[in-house]
Design a binder for this molecule. Structure first.
Ligand code: G6P
Length: 634
């Protein structure tokens, strides 16, 4: 987790570093810090200035505005606490005893306790509880040793010291190092955590994510695992872990990395909820344009053999992406007839199912950087390739909103959901983009494997084309309705969401959204399961929000809702308006659409209700406590 950014160039580094950190704040916002190297007039030897502040980036900004941080080279960090509380002493950068070496890191050094014990035995005192702090101390030790061994070139010394230190580290890291003695040299390295170098005229920026490069450069080069790079104002040199020089050509960022603003909206989350009609519109334009043949109804570029050879699908994901995957699995099984299972990526890695032949593994992650998902995909690929049997070979597909991400580089097939940058930590438009992508896949599998007639396929495609306008109307109406309704729930302690079938994952997603941004305890249940235990929770203080859409389970969900009402629960319905839905104390109406399509619409009032409850509670909707948008640690 955490975001790192590092710069070497000719301009004042702190301004550019803070600007980069602002774009990376979605990766963590517990504390922030930066360190620069500058020299006194007439001296070649530099000194490090290190500034750190607890809380959001704005606190660091204020600190630098008063204290300053001179230098044309520097490293910056925005933290999501793993080891040690989110306070100033644990904020990055971390320095060695004499404050000559400064380091920022993203990831987890798994053997930090052993390394720390060894260093402490040598008399080194630690200032923080972080795993990172071992790194500047180890580099400093190595520098002293190298000097004793007669290495005199400072740049070479730093390079060798970092390389030696990396050999001692176990776990994941993306890190950047500066040394007071080399005011022109920046060293960066990575293993199992993302790090990309950006190239500009006489300036080089390095960051966890390309979003930090907006307005700086579009020319980038992602580092590979166990590589390290030496950056000076003269250029960039990349080396593998054995010190062998690597030669790769930088590439251009695909698509536009527009700097997004809130505009008229109070929060990014509300803006992104509103943008969902546009997300759907774009998706239809790209994947469902007019004139496609009935045998290939969706504009996906996979060969026919890709669909034909697959007999089962397993989907690995976390959080909101997992809920999209659950809707996807329902569609793939029930619409396209392909056995599909969804796994928590974090569980799959340590308890995978027995290997089956002709399985497609799909990894879903909007950020493309979720460590659990990436690691689970790697593990699955490795165990399949070790069998050396074609039937069991690894076929992987990634679904992401970040085409420059590690996921896109890791899997051979990728679908970019194209929702545009999402800033709010709680996913909304990327969830919709993921859902739509699963509709596309299910339709293609159904068509290619002839599991549905052309008429059925045409019908669902026509319904999908109506979704952008339906969303537009729905968002407008429900923004008003939910804002009013939200007042009633500002002090609520527990909320229960019910759904069935294809809308059960939407109940889970609604509960997650409410938890994430309002800190209200919420659970999602399949409506029929209430009577087997959860119903004991109900009384007049626990609102029950029930998704009841036309289809096979419509009456059943209404009966389950009645059971809740009989326990005095306040009942809110997400359902089409009809005499049957009069049982609800409050109705958030949705249009009458087929059950297949309904999740694309039922999610809207639920997102808006969560948003308004959190906003009424006066919470930081876009950056909720303890969360980060991209979770790059296991
Ligand atoms: C974090 C976020 C969740 C998100 C999950 C998966 O936990 O707080 O909102 O759903 O990561 O993220 P991904 O980028 O893999 O979709």
């Amino acid at each position: 987790m955490c975001g790192i950014v590092a710069l070497v160039g000719s301009r004042e580094a702190s301004t550019i570093l803070v600007e980069g950190l602002r774009k990376l704040e979605y990766r963590g916002y517990d504390s922030a810090g930066l360190a620069t190297v500058s020299t006194h007039k007439g001296s070649k030897k530099g000194f490090i200035t290190c500034k750190k502040a607890e809380g959001k980036l704005v606190n660091l900004l204020n600190l630098i505005a008063t204290d300053g941080a001179p230098g044309h080279i520097g490293i910056g960090h925005t933290r999501w606490a793993t080891h040690g509380k989110p306070d100033v002493k644990n904020a990055h950068p971390h320095v060695d005893t004499l404050s000559q070496v400064a380091v920022v890191q993203n990831g987890i050094i798994e053997n930090h306790t052993v390394l720390r014990d060894n260093l402490q035995k040598q008399g080194i005192q630690f200032c923080s509880e972080t795993d990172t702090e071992v790194i500047p101390h180890l580099i400093s030790e190595a520098l002293i040793r190298l000097q004793e061994e007669g290495v005199t070139a400072k740049e070479e010394m730093l390079f060798l010291a970092v390389r030696e230190t990396l050999d001692l580290l176990q776990g994941s890291y993306a890190l950047a190092v500066i040394w007071a003695e080399t005011p022109d040299v920046l060293i960066v390295a990575k293993n199992k955590a993302p790090l990309v170098i950006g190239f500009a005229q006489g300036e080089f920026l390095c960051a966890s994510d390309t979003s930090a490069f907006a307005g700086f450069t579009r020319t980038i080069l992602p580092l590979e695992d166990r590589e390290l790079a030496l950056l000076t104002p003269l250029g960039v040199e990349i080396y593998d872990s054995l010190g062998k020089r690597q030669h790769r050509t930088p590439s251009l960022i695909v698509g536009s990395e527009k700097d997004v603003e809130k505009g008229q909206f109070r929060h990014f989350m509300l803006k992104e909820i509103y943008e969902q009609s546009e997300t759907a519109d774009q998706w239809i334009r790209r994947f469902l344009p007019n004139g496609l043949s009935p045998s290939s109804p969706i504009a996906l570029s996979f060969e026919d053999s890709f669909y034909e050879s697959i007999e089962a699908i397993q989907i690995l994901a976390c959080g909101t992406s997992r809920h999209a995957a659950m809707v996807g699995a329902h569609l793939l099984e029930q619409f396209a007839g392909i056995p599909s299972t969804v796994f928590f990526a974090s569980e799959f890695r340590y308890a995978p199912p027995p290997l089956a032949p002709n399985v497609l593994t799909i990894g879903v992650t909007q950020s493309g950087e979720t460590a659990d998902t990436l690691a689970a995909l790697i593990m699955e690929s490795e165990r399949r390739s070790s069998l050396k049997n074609n039937l069991f070979s690894s076929r992987q597909l990634g679904i992401t909103n970040r085409i420059e991400s590690s996921l896109a580089r890791q899997v051979s097939n990728i679908i970019d959901i194209g929702a545009g940058l999402e800033v709010g930590v709680a996913a909304t438009k990327t969830f919709l983009g993921q859902l739509l992508t699963f509709y596309g896949l299910a339709i293609m599998f159904a068509a290619k494997k002839k599991r549905r007639s052309s008429k059925e396929i045409n019908e669902i495609c026509c319904q999908l084309r109506l979704v952008p306008n339906q969303l537009r109307d729905l968002i407008k109406t429900h923004n008003k309705l939910t804002e009013k309704l939200a007042h009633q729930f500002v002090n609520t302690k527990d909320v229960i969401f019910l759904g069935r079938g294809i809308n059960y994952p939407i109940a889970l997603e609604a509960a997650l959204k409410l938890k994430e941004i309002s800190y209200i305890h919420a659970e999602g249940f399949p409506a029929g399961e209430m009577k087997h235990g959860p119903i004991a929770l109900l009384d007049y203080k626990v609102p029950v929000i029930s998704i009841a859409t036309q289809g096979v389970v419509f009456e059943k969900v209404l009966s389950n809702a009645q059971e809740a009402k009989a326990r005095d629960a306040c009942l809110i319905g997400i359902a089409p308006e009809s005499s049957e839905t009069e049982i609800f104390d409050h109705l958030l109406p949705i249009p009458k659409v087929s059950e297949w399509i309904s999740p694309l619409l039922t999610v809207i009032p639920l997102q808006l209700l969560s948003y308004h409850i959190a906003a009424h509670r006066g919470l930081d909707v876009d950056q909720p406590r303890n969360l980060a948008k991209s979770v790059t640690v296991e």
